[in-house]
Design a protein around this ligand. Structure first.
Ligand SMILES: Cc1cc2nc3c(=O)[nH]c(=O)nc-3n(C[C@H](O)[C@H](O)[C@H](O)COP(=O)(O)OP(=O)(O)OC[C@H]3O[C@@H](n4cnc5c(N)ncnc54)[C@H](O)[C@@H]3O)c2cc1C
Length: 510
């Protein structure tokens, strides 16, 4: 039976971030993910690397400061999948006064050592182009900076980097049972085909996001009380609503905020809702009421109202918020909490580290904090290293994206500009590896729909653990927005066949 230093349960942003940090410090690491990487909450976020302007109202200064600092760290680590985004915040006469918005944005600009991102500006919405899409009621506004992130790609790139440094990443592998046995954990992993395998680990990390309590109770047999509060958040996607590349942040009369963000060139992303969820996180789905809520919220601001029949796609996720006893979903802390549970008194091993809460934005800091905690139970190895180390494909300067586009178009002159940009946004400098010796579109093989080619799907299967069509068209890309159901079904069949072929070749080789 193979023994690892660390076994991470959960391939969301937090589990993959911890696995990457730990393997880079010299620990042997196995990560198991029951479905697809980023198949839980990490693919269902609003996709912002942000300080969280609204959390200032809840006095979460530590979290906001850490998040604001982290924006630029992450931007430098992965400038292909993370980029600056400007937000327009219209002043609503009946809601927060202008002086309060100004104060909040002053803090936002100055709390987090901003260097790359431009500061807040006052906007005259009667004259400025961003006012043109709004009703006449909105005359004044503010514009501030945050960043956009391709959330599911961030998860996969952390897993890739971890694997390239020696971690084992298992997708479609559920941690079905874990028991302490002397100095070690004995962990049963169950594949989606039902096959079970037992491995051993010196330390177990429960990074199962909204399933963290379930792993504690069912898998580990612990009877500790519930410690995460599950809060559903849903988004809708509609055809593009405005002609500029800035996002809006709208205040709602119930105290919440709703974003309207330029999305995948031709669309606008609207979200999010915030309501308690008590079902299985895997079953979460947007309700008609949430669709209506989001349409009503943005229609109060936009000159042209948005209606449910415009919705082309939706997604829903469950926030695993640490249960601090707050009364309303939107008031529960967004900060993360790590707990280290020791085994027997005498040996103090094997230990269990639980991850509660956390945001996409703070995943790297959460991983560093997890490494500090786990070194109470494992021999200390390595130093923090992830802040200055780029993720796969991100080894180019923050301002260098256009230069990269020009280089790719020169090396692969047959690519359409839109396709080149999409590939670079997804894979960065790894595009050269993906496209290899291709000299023409024909060399890229079958086209499955939109501009998705056989060469790209093959790369996603070999390098990024994609197994089914949904992994490709809804997580590692959003090409599902441009493909028909038939095209997606054909892709799925092709991938299943290809996977069987790859497995056969692997078995023959070894
Ligand atoms: C609507 C919404 C909007 C958000 N917007 C933002 C935002 O804009 N910016 C931001 O910074 N944060 C945002 N967040 C928060 C952020 O998305 C989450 O906090 C983060 O993704 C949680 O990551 P995680 O790794 O802890 O959980 P998850 O991504 O859910 O990962 C946990 C994984 O564990 C796996 N798992 C569970 N049980 C087992 C088992 N027994 N064996 C193996 N695997 C298992 C699951 O399949 C899952 O993939 C948002 C969240 C929501 C819901």
């Amino acid at each position: 039976m193979k023994t690892y230093d660390i076994l991470v349960v959960g391939g969301g942003v937090n589990g993959c971030g911890i696995a990457r940090d730990a393997v880079g410090r010299g620990y042997s690491v196995l990560l198991c993910e029951q479905n697809d990487l980023g198949g839980g909450t990490s693919a269902a976020s609003t996709k912002l690397v942000h300080g969280g302007l609204r959390y200032l109202e809840h006095y979460e200064f530590r979290l906001v400061r850490e998040s604001l600092i982290e924006r630029e760290v992450l931007l430098r680590m992965a400038p292909h999948i993370i980029w600056p985004l400007r937000f327009v915040l219209p002043h609503h006469k009946g809601l927060r006064p202008a002086w309060l918005l100004r104060l909040g944005l002053f803090l936002y600009d100055h709390l987090g050592g901003r260097k790359l991102l431009p500061p807040t500006q006052v906007r005259d919405l009667r004259r400025d182009p961003e006012g043109a899409s709004l009703t006449d009621a909105f005359r004044k506004g503010f514009e501030y900076s945050d960043c956009w992130v391709e959330d599911s790609r961030l998860v996969v790139l952390n897993a890739m980097d971890a694997a390239e440094r020696g971690a084992e990443i298992r997708v479609g592998s559920r941690c079905a049972e874990a028991r302490r046995d002397g100095q070690l954990w004995r962990v049963v992993l169950q594949g989606q085909d039902g096959e079970r395998e037992t491995v051993a680990a010196r330390l177990l990390i429960n990074a199962a996001g909204p399933w963290v309590d379930k792993v504690l109770s069912s898998t580990l047999g612990s009877n500790s009380p519930r410690r995460v509060r599950l809060v559903q958040g849903s988004h809708i996607v509609v055809p593009r609503l405005f002609d500029h590349d800035k996002a809006y942040i709208f205040q709602n009369a119930d105290g919440r905020i709703v974003f309207a963000i330029p999305y995948e060139t031709d669309f606008t992303l609207i979200g999010t809702t915030d309501r308690d969820w008590d079902g299985d996180p895997g079953d979460v789905e947007i309700s008609d009421e949430e669709v209506q809520y989001l349409c009503t919220a943005v229609s109060e601001y936009l000159a042209k109202p948005v209606t449910p029949d415009q919705v082309v796609w939706t997604y829903s996720g469950v926030r695993p918020l640490y249960d601090d006893g707050a009364s309303k979903a939107q008031e529960a802390t967004r900060d993360y909490v790590l707990t280290l549970e020791r085994g027997s008194e005498e040996t103090s091993t094997p230990a269990l580290l639980n991850v509660f809460g956390g945001k996409i934005t703070t995943y790297r800091r959460l991983a560093e904090a997890a490494l500090t905690r786990l070194q109470e139970a494992l021999p200390v190895k390595g130093q923090p290293w992830t802040a200055g180390t780029t993720l796969p494909g991100g080894d180019f300067p923050v301002e260098g994206f256009e230069v990269l586009v020009a280089r790719l178009m020169e090396d692969y002159a047959f690519l359409r500009p839109a396709a080149a940009r999409r590939l670079l946004r997804a894979y960065g400098t790894r595009c050269w590896q993906l496209l290899g010796q291709a000299k023409s579109n024909e060399d890229l093989g079958q086209v499955f729909g939109a501009d998705l080619t056989e060469v790209e799907v093959d790369y996603l299967m070999r390098a990024e653990w994609a197994r089914r069509a949904a992994d490709v068209v809804w997580r590692r890309s959003k090409l599902g927005l441009r493909m028909t159901a038939e095209e997606i079904a054909t892709l799925d069949d092709w991938m299943v066949e290809r996977a069987a072929h790859l497995n056969q070749s692997l078995q023959a080789a070894g």
